[in-house]
Design a protein around this ligand. Structure first.
Ligand code: BYC
Ligand code: FE
Ligand code: FE
Length: 474
């Protein structure tokens, strides 16, 4: 029995011995597959794709690589190894043993957090579903499919928690995770960014750099949870997340590299000339960055949040890398927030530290985002180009929190609404910019070939050649 289950649903939760859970998952699996066929990657389900599959939690050898057709991918359920005698790491119950069962009083809050996390995973697959048609190379095609099947597994991870710990409500929530759809006017995904279309590969790289990185930070917060199964599930998800952000980071770096090569070839840094030569000018990359960074900042929630305070107090959701903080109670600290004063200026307000937990996570996220930008700028500098990529101010173009709908420039100075609207075309991709990017998007599926707007990767997957046939069509 267990062997069969290992084949179909690789797991380290003794699924073979848990009939109730088997029944729930067996009921859900056909709905998942039908969702995958309807809203997963369009048209590539018959191709053999060189994919890694999580098959254990061994730090050295957790993944197995091989050719798989995506609908036959073995979406498994893995929790990081339990930490013996693990204790609650923050909040009012600091130092008490962690929970192996969901406490009744936190049931609906934990369910909501798990559903919100789970909702983003299939959402991202839906957002990316058409991109296979315009992949710049087989290497990139394989990478997007790797990201897609793993986001599918992250959905499985959350559905496992819902099925195993939340009874009938959990089963209903698991079904609804397949019923809400990205961008659906009547039944959209829960969080804003996951309803934004991703119609081109520059957006895909920005999304995997900035939005998957929100995933990294939210998963780190949930990995601190006192609900041990949630913590262990999220810890294991983080091992897969690194690759998603790598795809974004190196993707953007390769677009920049190609742009610099083209500037050198044509002997001009003029954006129009770069476009005429079939590459993406650096100012346009900056506009895409402004869009996805500002959207992803909203995913951290309000800068002053009573929800966040209560998650922290009750030990449901901690700060990213909680052990690095000295005070795990944060019961009487204050946080200085800069807010618009309503008269065109800025004021500082001191709020209880616990209410500022979203902002604490957001600040850590911004620092992490900056690292890639600094690396890209080194490449630009080495090419003797004066342009520099920058993260816009976290006040810019926000829809959530104190800065929501406050018009600012990209440096964060408050400006008039008219001034803001007049400058938007300088700061965000215009329809014409998007049309230009779309004009570059043509699928390149020949072994050894790559689209003209992006440089090849530095190395291949799993020590294979960059020109390996990562996807085989039939
Ligand atoms: N869009 O008290 P507040 C990933 C709602 S990404 C729409 O400030 P709170 C991935 C909020 O839900 C990681 N609504 O917020 C990446 C609340 O609604 P209710 C996903 C928003 O609760 C790429 C209300 O506004 N994981 O894994 O402190 C590919 C008041 O908000 C938004 C998680 O998010 C928004 N942007 O914090 C694949 C972790 N922001 O309750 C995957 C779980 C806020 O009043 N979620 N709202 O109806 C959470 O921890 C929290 O729900 C949030 C919000 C941090 C998102
Ligand atoms: Fe994910
Ligand atoms: Fe991801």
């Amino acid at each position: 029995m267990d062997m069969n289950y290992q084949d179909r649903i690789p797991n380290n939760i003794e699924l073979g011995a848990n009939r109730t859970l088997q029944r729930a998952l067996e009921h859900w699996q056909p709905a998942f597959l039908s969702w995958w066929h309807g809203l997963g990657p369009s048209d590539f389900n018959a191709a053999d794709v060189y994919l890694r599959t999580a098959t254990s939690v061994d730090a050295k050898g957790w993944a197995t690589y091989g050719f798989v057709r995506m609908p036959e991918y073995r979406w498994g359920i893995f929790l990081a190894e339990p930490e013996p005698d693990r204790r609650i790491g923050f909040g009012d119950n600091f130092g008490q043993p962690v929970w192996q069962q969901v406490p009744g009083e936190h049931r609906s809050t934990l369910r909501r957090l798990i559903v919100t996390q789970g909702d983003t995973e299939p959402a991202s697959v839906e957002q990316q579903r058409l991109l296979g048609h315009t992949a710049p190379s087989l290497y990139d095609l394989r990478n997007i499919f790797q990201v897609n099947v793993e986001e599918g597994r992250h959905l499985w991870a959350m559905v496992y928690l819902l099925h195993a710990h939340f009874g009938r409500d959990g089963r209903e929530e698991a079904e609804e995770l397949l019923e809400r759809h990205s961008g659906d006017a009547d039944n959209p995904r829960i969080l804003g960014t996951f309803n934004e279309p991703i119609n081109d590969w520059l957006s895909f790289y920005m999304f995997t750099y900035f939005t998957d990185r929100d995933g990294k930070f939210q998963l780190k917060c949930l990995a601190e949870s006192s609900f041990d199964h949630l913590s262990r599930t999220c810890k294991f998800m983080l091992t897969e997340e690194a690759h998603h952000m790598f795809v974004g980071d190196t993707g953007i770096a390769r677009v920049i590299k190609r742009s610099l090569e083209v500037m050198a070839e044509i002997g001009s840094q003029d954006p129009d000339a770069v476009r005429r030569a079939g590459a993406v000018d650096l100012p346009l990359i900056q506009k895409y960055l402004n869009f996805w960074f500002s959207s992803s900042l909203d995913l951290f929630g309000g800068d002053s949040s009573s929800n966040a305070a209560s998650y922290f107090a009750h030990g449901l959701k901690g700060r990213p890398d909680e052990p690095r903080f000295a005070d795990h109670l944060a019961a009487d600290g204050m946080f200085a927030l800069e807010l618009p004063n309503g008269q065109g200026g800025v004021k500082t307000e001191h709020i209880p530290m616990r209410n500022a937990m979203n902002e604490v996570a957001r600040e850590a996220y911004v620092k992490d985002c900056q690292m890639g930008v600094t690396r890209w700028n080194k490449v630009i500098e080495r090419a003797a180009c004066d342009f520099r990529m920058t993260l816009p101010s976290p006040r810019f173009r926000r829809s959530v929190g104190s800065w929501a709908h406050v018009p600012t420039d990209t440096a964060g100075s408050i400006i008039s609404k008219e001034n803001y609207e007049a400058h938007l075309t300088d700061w965000l991709p215009t329809e014409a910019d998007r049309a230009f990017i779309r004009s570059l998007m043509k699928g390149v599926y020949e072994v050894g070939k790559i689209a003209g707007w992006i440089a090849p990767p530095d190395r291949g997957v799993n020590n294979l050649d960059i020109n390996y046939e990562y996807v085989k069509f039939h």
